[in-house]
Write a protein that binds this ligand. Structure first.
Ligand SMILES: NC(=O)c1ccc[n+]([C@@H]2O[C@H](COP(=O)([O-])OP(=O)(O)OC[C@H]3O[C@@H](n4cnc5c(N)ncnc54)[C@H](O)[C@@H]3O)[C@@H](O)[C@H]2O)c1
Ligand SMILES: [Zn+2]
Length: 405
């Protein structure tokens, strides 16, 4: 019989609280202040201090000129095509709309943000998929300047950035890179939006520079929630949970089921393997028992996961309200979504899926409204508006309408 102590009760369980420390915010704010006053020279000095290199612009070559394994070159291309096709689908839904009535024409339209920056983290592996997932939607949206920054100049990152349509590539990392994009650096003009994941310095710099730049979702550690019935393939789900945990020591996979025997069986397999057992002990994999399907749905809607894998045929996907991206049925591994399914993998974490969306073509667009009021309209609208202006005691507003009526 399995040791059941690692199976917790879904109704009491909450995700760990991972708020960033005030000290970190102070530290990054100090760096940004140095850059605000010291300009390019401060960026150079910080880069030398933290990275040991002088930031520089890298000329990108055509994609096929990069010497990567042929199979990898093909995979990057196919992934890019699928991501682009999904972006085109999103773009197609962004139709301008207007109503024409007796008083005039009233409408809205979508307009791309002109210049955006994509941060592509350095770290142990070249994050090819990050380059694709950040730059392709910006290109499809119609953003004209698409600056990529990374401390890494790994050929796979350069190749992916080239294919995904970066118009400039700079080797620069950390908070300095975010500041360079927000304030401008050397020949890099400032951008209006910065997207892409990164370590705590990158994330906090993005948050602190929000008065200058729009940012994407505040990306915390990755999360996966699996809702499973007893028929789900245990080997597949174990691989999915371990895959999510491998992103980051704080990444977490949570499996909820109402079948205790199923959870015990998964638990037994995890404890029998040192690597998986460590993930279980470190709460990077969490097994939760719920009373029934209704309780599983309630848990999911309260938890609002970044990735939600529905491996329970009794639950209708429509009953799931909050998630960054939904993977319906156990064929739909989150790993496919990470690389090549098509929908974006930059998604809201830490429960923010109940109020924000993942990166998409819409993220790179402003919605602009307009109105064209005709002769009849100025008289009609003055009748409605003048008493409101009077009540607010805004005399010139009242006058502006009165002279037109
Ligand atoms: N959520 C996602 O989708 C996703 C995807 C990929 C990567 N990530 C995250 O990206 C991160 C990659 O981290 P990384 O550190 O390898 O690369 P990174 O590029 O995010 O950060 C490296 C930079 O941090 C700066 N830095 C390092 N030490 C510093 C210090 N003491 N003070 C100030 N700045 C300092 C340096 O300038 C360096 O260039 C990981 O945290 C990973 O979880 C998230
Ligand atoms: Zn993943």
């Amino acid at each position: 019989m399995a040791d059941k102590s690692y199976i917790e009760c879904a109704s009491n369980w909450k995700r760990p609280n991972l708020t960033q420390s005030p000290e970190l915010f102070q530290q990054v704010a100090k760096l940004l202040k140095e850059i605000e006053t010291g300009g390019d020279l401060a960026i150079d000095n910080l880069s030398k201090r933290f990275d040991g290199f002088q930031p520089r612009k890298i000329e990108l070559r055509p994609y096929r000129d990069y010497e990567l394994e042929p199979q990898l070159l093909n995979s990057i291309e196919q992934a890019a095509q699928r991501i682009e096709a999904f972006c085109q689908l999103q773009k197609g839904s962004l139709q301008p709309q207007q109503i024409e009535e007796a008083s005039g024409v009233f409408g809205f339209q979508y307009s791309p943000i002109e210049a955006i920056g994509a941060y592509i983290p350095g770290g142990r592996f070249p994050l090819i998929s990050t380059a694709l997932m950040t730059l392709i939607p910006a290109r499809v949206a119609g953003c004209q300047r698409r600056v990529a920054c990374s401390p890494s100049v790994h050929p796979a990152i350069l190749a992916a950035a080239s294919l995904a349509g970066a118009t400039e590539f700079w080797q620069i990392g950390g908070a300095q890179a975010v500041a360079a994009m927000a304030y401008g650096y050397q020949t890099m003009l400032p951008v209006q939006m910065v997207v892409g994941p990164g370590n705590q310095y990158v994330n906090v710099a993005k948050q602190l520079l929000q008065s200058r730049i729009k940012i994407d979702v505040a990306a915390g550690p990755s999360e996966l929630l699996i809702l499973a019935d007893s028929n789900a393939n245990q080997e597949w789900l174990i691989a999915d949970m371990a895959a999510q945990a491998e992103h980051d020591p704080q990444a977490q996979s949570v499996l909820v089921s109402d079948d205790i025997a199923f959870l015990q069986s998964i638990g037994q397999q995890l404890t029998a393997n040192d690597e998986l057992n460590n993930l279980l002990k470190g709460e990077q994999i969490v097994l939760l028992q719920a009373n029934d399907c209704e309780a599983m749905i309630r848990f999911s809607n309260r938890y609002a996961p970044e990735h939600l894998l529905l491996a329970d045929e009794r639950i209708a996907s429509q009953s799931l309200k909050h998630y960054g991206s939904l993977f319906i049925g156990q064929n739909s591994a989150v790993a496919f979504g990470d690389y090549c399914a098509g929908p974006n993998h930059t998604l809201p974490t830490m429960g923010s899926a109940n109020r924000s969306s993942g990166l998409c073509v819409q993220s790179f667009m402003n919605i602009q409204s307009y109105q064209q009021i005709n002769d009849q309209g100025r008289i009609q609208l003055a009748e409605i508006g003048r008493p409101l202006a009077e009540a607010e005691q805004l005399v010139w507003h009242e006058r502006s309408m009165q002279v037109r009526s």
